[in-house]
Design a protein around this ligand. Structure first.
Ligand code: DX5
Ligand code: ZN
Length: 220
């Protein structure tokens, strides 16, 4: 079954837990937490304290997407704050292997991601070490951007590579995904769908989450 990972980047930051508590869906298991440092990307979002405080108030699987320079410095603190999965950008450090090893050594899930302009060859070598590969379908930094159509080919290529090499790596896709374009992305081979503005900007957040799961029911 495909999973949804709603990005709280588009939630009301003065009452994030209030938005999360509107979710009654029994289908939803995870939340996507976008951490930005203003250096690796041209935006600043939130850090440990937000994650720590959310952890005390909800039980979702925390899918933490680090858009920060040299993430190795902070892996332990993100785990301590409550992350269940930490994804790093392949372009964010020269110490990619070491950073993935650091995540894996903490007994949480690990992920590798790449910008839309980065060649897929940059991540193939890490796929047997990580639980997940995150395909960015917008330039990282902001919610509410349009889906980059070339991402379809990238997802399909990764799916093929993973299947042909008998890997267990999940494919997550992030950026510009809406209920009206999600089907094709699932057909490309995505296992986890990130969606931010199309969920948290809706009046009925819970209903929108169920809309996604209704679509996912059409697939395995
Ligand atoms: C962008 C973030 C995304 C973003 C997605 O850098 O990684 O997770 O929140 O937002 P939407 O779904 O609005 O494109
Ligand atoms: Zn993200």
């Amino acid at each position: 079954m495909v999973e949804l990972s709603p990005s709280i980047l588009s939630a009301n930051f003065s009452n994030v837990i209030g938005d999360i508590q509107k979710i009654k869906s029994k289908n939803l298991k995870m939340l996507h937490l976008d951490v930005m440092d203003g250096i690796f990307v041209n935006n600043i979002s939130f850090g440990f304290k937000m994650i720590e405080d959310l952890r005390k108030n909800c039980d979702y699987f925390f899918d933490t997407h680090l858009m920060i320079h040299e993430p190795l410095r902070y892996i332990e603190r993100f785990k301590e704050a409550g992350s269940d999965l930490i994804t790093i950008h392949v372009e964010s450090t020269k110490e990619v292997s070491k950073t993935i090893d650091a995540i894996n050594s903490l007994n949480i899930k690990s992920g590798i991601t790449l910008r839309p302009s980065t060649n897929l060859n940059e991540v193939y070598k890490y796929l047997d070490k990580v639980d997940l590969v995150l395909v960015m379908s917008v330039e990282p930094g902001f919610g509410g951007q349009g889906f980059i159509e070339e991402s379809h080919d990238r997802i399909k290529k990764l799916r093929k590579y993973i299947d042909e090499n008998n890997l267990k790596t999940k494919i997550e896709v992030d950026g510009g995904i809406k209920s009206h374009n999600v089907s094709k992305i699932v057909e490309d081979g995505a296992d986890i769908i990130v969606s931010g503005s199309d969920i948290f900007s809706k009046d009925d957040i819970n209903k929108q989450i169920e809309t996604y799961y209704d679509i996912f029911k059409n697939y395995k």
